[in-house]
Design a protein around this ligand. Structure first.
Ligand code: ATP
Ligand code: MG
Length: 421
C-alpha cells in the first residue's frame, strides 16, 4: 500500500465543519473594520528576509528562530511572513500610500512561525490586523483599541481584559534601558540563557520573559514609568481618559513591552483567562519610527494583530448559537424527465436568495430523502412525473415532524421564503 502523505506539523486543514465558524469570525471582523472606515490591504505571503530582520528586529524570537526562510534559486533569501506589519509598511512606502495623507488599513490572512505547536499556537495561523498611519495623538490609539472592543461585542465574546502600557519616547526608553541594564547586570548568573543573551543588546525584551525565575528577579527592577518623559506621560493619561469615555477600563501593566523591536509609546494587549496559557488574543501598539526606518517619510503609526484561531476557539466555547452550515431546500427529482423542470425550480429558489442543493446521481425516493435529511436542509421539494404534469411540487418539512403538502409551482418560492422566515 502506498504511504499517505500527511500535512506538515503545526499546519492545519480547516475542514468543512469548521469553516462556517471561520466565515462568521471573518465577516464580523470585516464588518467592524468597514464600519470604522478602514480599507483592506493584501500583501504577498513571501517577502525578502531582510524586511523582517530590519523591521521586527534581529534579537526577537520571531527573527532568531521562528521564520521559514529559504534561498530562492541560489540568490535571494526569502521568508514566509511571520506577521504583516512589516509588509504593510513596505507596501505603503513602495506605492506612496503615505504621501501627505493618512491611511486606515486592515488585513487578514495566514502567517507562519516555526514554534512549538500546542493549543492556540500553530506554525501556520491567521491574523486579522489594523494599521493606522499618520496620526500622532492619543485619539487614534483609543480608536484602534475601540475596534477590538467592538469586535468582542459583535461576536458576543465576554471576559476580555485590556492591558496597556507606554514605552515612552526614544530618549526616555534609552534612559530606562540603561537603568534596567545596570540592575540586571548584578544578576547575570541568575538570568536564563535567552535573557542573558539579550541583556547587552536589548534588555527591555527581558521584561517579556516567560521564565519564572527571571520574572522574580524583575520584581525589584527599576520601573519604566519612573523614567517617562512628560510628553509620553501626557499622551498616556489622555489615552486612559479617552478609553474611560468609551467605557473601557484598562489594566495598566508596566511589564507589557511586546516582543517586537518596532514598538514605541502606547502598547496594549487584549487577554482572556479562558484559553489556558495562550491568553493573548490581540496585541498591538505604536510604531512611530518604523515607516522612516524602512525608507519612508517620518510617519507615526499604530496597529494591532488579532489571532484568529484563538478567536474561533473562544466563539466555540462561548456562543450558544455557533453558526451552522445550513441548507434551506433540498430538491429531489424522481425521474429523468423531471430533471429539467427541477433544475429550473432550483435556480428560481436560488434567485430569491435561498441556499439550495439539487440531488445528483438519481436513485430511489427513499435514498434521496435520506440525503436530504443528512444535508441538514429544512425543506425537501419533491418533483416527479406526476408533479410535472400537474404543475406542483411535494414539500416535506424535514425539521417539523415531517409534515408534507402539495404546493403549486408558481407560488413555491414565496411559500418556501415564508416558511423559512
Ligand atoms: P505570544 O507571546 O503568544 O507568542 P506574540 O507576542 O508572539 O504572542 P504577536 O506577534 O503580537 O504575538 O501576534 C498577535 C496575536 O497573534 C497573538 O496575540 C496571538 O493571538 C496570535 N498568535 C501569535 N502567534 C501565534 C501562533 N503561533 N499561533 C496562533 N496564534 C498566534
Ligand atoms: Mg510569539
Amino acid at each position: 500500500m502506498k504511504q499517505k502523505i500527511q500535512s506538515v506539523k503545526g499546519m492545519n486543514d480547516l475542514l468543512p465543519d469548521q469553516t462556517s465558524a471561520w466565515h462568521y469570525v471573518e465577516n464580523a471582523m470585516r464588518n467592524v473594520a468597514w464600519s470604522y472606515g478602514y480599507q483592506e490591504i493584501r500583501t504577498p505571503m513571501l517577502e525578502r528576509t531582510a524586511l523582517f530582520q530590519q523591521s521586527i528586529g534581529d534579537q526577537t524570537d520571531i527573527v532568531e528562530k521562528e521564520m521559514y526562510t529559504f534561498v530562492d534559486s541560489g540568490e535571494e533569501m526569502l521568508s514566509l511572513r511571520p506577521e504583516a506589519t512589516a509588509s504593510t509598511v513596505r507596501a505603503c512606502n513602495q506605492h506612496g500610500l503615505l504621501h501627505n495623507t493618512h491611511q486606515r488599513l486592515w488585513y487578514m490572512g495566514p502567517m507562519f512561525r516555526r514554534e512549538r505547536p500546542q493549543r492556540g499556537r500553530y506554525r501556520q495561523f491567521h491574523q486579522f490586523g489594523i494599521e493606522a498611519f499618520g496620526w500622532l495623538g492619543p485619539d487614534i490609539d483609543a480608536e484602534v483599541i475601540r475596534i477590538g472592543a467592538r469586535i468582542w461585542k459583535e461576536m458576543n465574546i465576554e471576559g476580555m481584559t485590556l492591558l496597556v502600557n507606554t514605552l515612552g519616547n526614544q530618549s526616555s526608553r534609552d534612559a530606562y534601558r540603561n537603568a534596567l541594564h545596570q540592575y540586571l547586570d548584578h544578576y547575570r548568573g541568575d538570568l536564563d540563557d535567552d535573557s542573558l543573551r539579550r541583556l547587552d543588546k536589548n534588555p527591555l525584551r527581558i521584561l517579556d520573559s516567560k521564565v519564572e525565575s527571571t520574572q522574580l528577579l524583575l520584581k525589584e527592577a527599576p520601573s519604566l514609568h519612573d523614567h517617562l518623559d512628560a510628553d509620553a506621560k501626557a499622551h498616556f493619561e489622555r489615552l486612559c481618559s479617552l478609553l474611560d469615555d468609551a467605557g473601557i477600563t484598562p489594566v495598566i501593566s508596566q511589564k507589557l513591552v511586546r516582543g517586537l523591536d518596532y514598538y514605541t509609546s502606547t502598547v496594549f494587549e487584549w487577554v482572556t483567562d479562558q484559553l489556558g496559557s495562550q491568553s493573548a488574543v490581540c496585541a498591538g501598539g505604536r510604531y512611530d519610527g518604523l515607516v522612516e526606518l524602512r525608507g519612508g517619510k517620518p510617519t507615526p503609526a499604530i496597529g494591532f494583530a488579532l489571532g484568529m484561531e484563538r478567536m474561533v476557539e473562544l466563539i466555540a466555547m462561548q456562543n450558544e448559537h455557533t453558526p451552522k452550515n445550513e441548507i434551506d431546500v433540498y430538491v429531489i427529482q424522481l425521474s429523468d424527465a423531471a430533471i429539467s423542470e427541477a433544475t429550473r425550480l432550483s435556480e428560481k429558489l436560488r434567485d430569491s436568495g435561498l441556499r439550495v442543493v439539487s440531488h445528483c446521481g438519481g436513485g430511489k425516493m427513499k435514498n434521496q430523502m435520506k440525503k436530504a435529511d443528512q444535508s441538514g436542509a429544512r425543506i425537501a421539494a419533491i418533483f416527479g412525473d406526476d408533479e410535472q404534469v400537474r404543475g406542483v411540487a411535494q414539500i416535506k418539512l424535514l425539521r417539523d415532524s415531517g409534515i408534507q403538502r402539495e404546493v403549486p409551482l408558481n407560488t413555491l418560492v414565496d411559500w418556501c421564503k415564508d416558511y423559512l422566515g
